[in-house]
Write a protein that binds this ligand. Structure first.
Ligand code: 5AD
Length: 354
């Protein structure tokens, strides 16, 4: 057993190593260590979820954004982004297609678009809740006040995705303009959790200026926050941002981090992200084999997909909804897993012992 394999086992046993040890693990892991972590992570996921992979229908309903995050292709300073918004009827049409295709979770994701006031968001959530009482509604629309989050929750939203992006305040400041702070992000995440949302945080792997210590801080932050969902994908440059010439994150680091997260938080809902499928064909399947248990196919209307570009070369932007969806179902079956047509809520109970 190598030193790194003992560190990986310690994570699995709930004895999360201290920051310096985690950073050393991330800096020095070998392909064998990565496979060791993946096989334990896979086993952990299968014990809890069986071979089911939960599907979430992702609706990218606006790419207007008032923020100016340095990494993101829909940042407000990107004058070349072709902006769009979907109306309530278009959103409901996506949900209707999604429901008949088998989706029981709809994820409404967008930039921070002031057009979508709290009233409009609440109206959309209520309309989906009314027509699809058995479906989970996930929002991913950024930083809001506690009151706004409460209002959306009362309208029927169940879950909320808000990546913390990095748990280091100094690193956060190099990825974002000064008006955005880690402090407010964390405030948002804590409000969401205390309101009762199934809440997701997460980060990019290989974002500019990120160190192994930063990723170790992310791990310790997530362990402490104990969220229900974690979104992790590689950083990929977008040509219309200040980070256009920065190196992308790697497939290997992303897979390794997915496995460590699965071992650290065995119950967490962990997607194999679109960015992972973009960095390598079949990347999402590798994510599942590293411990992920969720996929989030795009069910946005075909004509707007090419405009929701957070990074270059994003997959699925030229597909009709049915195409990327059935190909992904098939790919998941081909690695021995089973696409699940169910809500796939977080299992709060600690009912698995070994
Ligand atoms: N590369 C990879 N992921 C990105 N995101 C934004 N821009 C990029 C990029 N260039 C991620 C952020 C955000 C999520 C919606 O997408 O982590 O929270």
């Amino acid at each position: 057993m190598t030193q790194n394999q003992s560190r990986i086992l310690a994570v699995k046993e709930g004895q999360t190593p201290p920051l310096a040890e985690l950073a050393a693990l991330i800096r020095t892991y070998t392909p064998e260590d990565r496979e060791f972590a993946a096989s334990l992570a896979r086993e952990t996921a299968v014990k809890r979820f069986g071979k089911k992979i939960y599907f979430r229908g992702l609706i990218e309903f606006t790419n207007y954004c008032k923020n100016d995050c340095l990494y993101c292709g829909i940042r407000r300073s990107n004058r070349n982004a072709v902006r769009y918004r979907l109306g309530l009827d278009e959103i409901l049409t996506c949900c209707r297609w999604g429901e008949q295709a088998g989706f029981r979770t709809f994820v409404l994701q967008g930039g921070e678009d002031p057009y979508f006031t709290d009233e409009r968001v609440a109206e959309i959530v209520s309309a989906i809740r009314r027509e699809f009482p058995d479906c989970a509604i996930t929002l991913s629309i950024g930083e809001k006040s506690r009151e706004s989050y409460q209002r959306f929750f009362d309208a029927g939203a169940d879950r909320y995705l808000l990546r913390h992006e990095t748990a280091s305040p100094a690193h956060y400041a190099r990825l974002h303009p000064p008006e955005l702070t880690l402090e407010n992000r964390v405030r948002c995440l804590k409000d969401l959790i205390s309101i009762g949302y199934q809440t997701g945080c997460g980060m990019m792997v290989g974002s500019p200026f990120q160190t192994a210590e930063n990723l170790a801080e992310d791990l310790l932050f997530m362990k402490d926050l104990n969220p229900q969902m974690i979104g992790i994908g590689p950083f990929l440059p977008h040509h219309g941002t200040p980070f256009r010439d920065q190196k992308p994150g790697t497939l290997e680091d992303t897979l390794f981090l997915l496995s460590i997260v699965r071992l650290m938080l065995p119950k967490v809902l962990l997607p194999a992200t679109t960015a992972l499928g973009t960095i390598r064909p079949g990347g999402r399947e590798l994510g599942i084999l590293a411990g992920a248990n969720v996929v989030m196919p795009n069910i946005s209307p075909a004509d707007v997909r090419k405009n929701y570009l957070l990074y270059d070369r994003k997959i699925g932007t030229a597909d009709a909804p049915a195409d990327s969806y059935s190909a992904l179902r098939e790919a998941i079956r081909s690695i021995g897993y089973e696409p699940a047509n169910e809500r796939g809520d977080y299992q709060w109970e600690d009912d698995i012992h070994d």
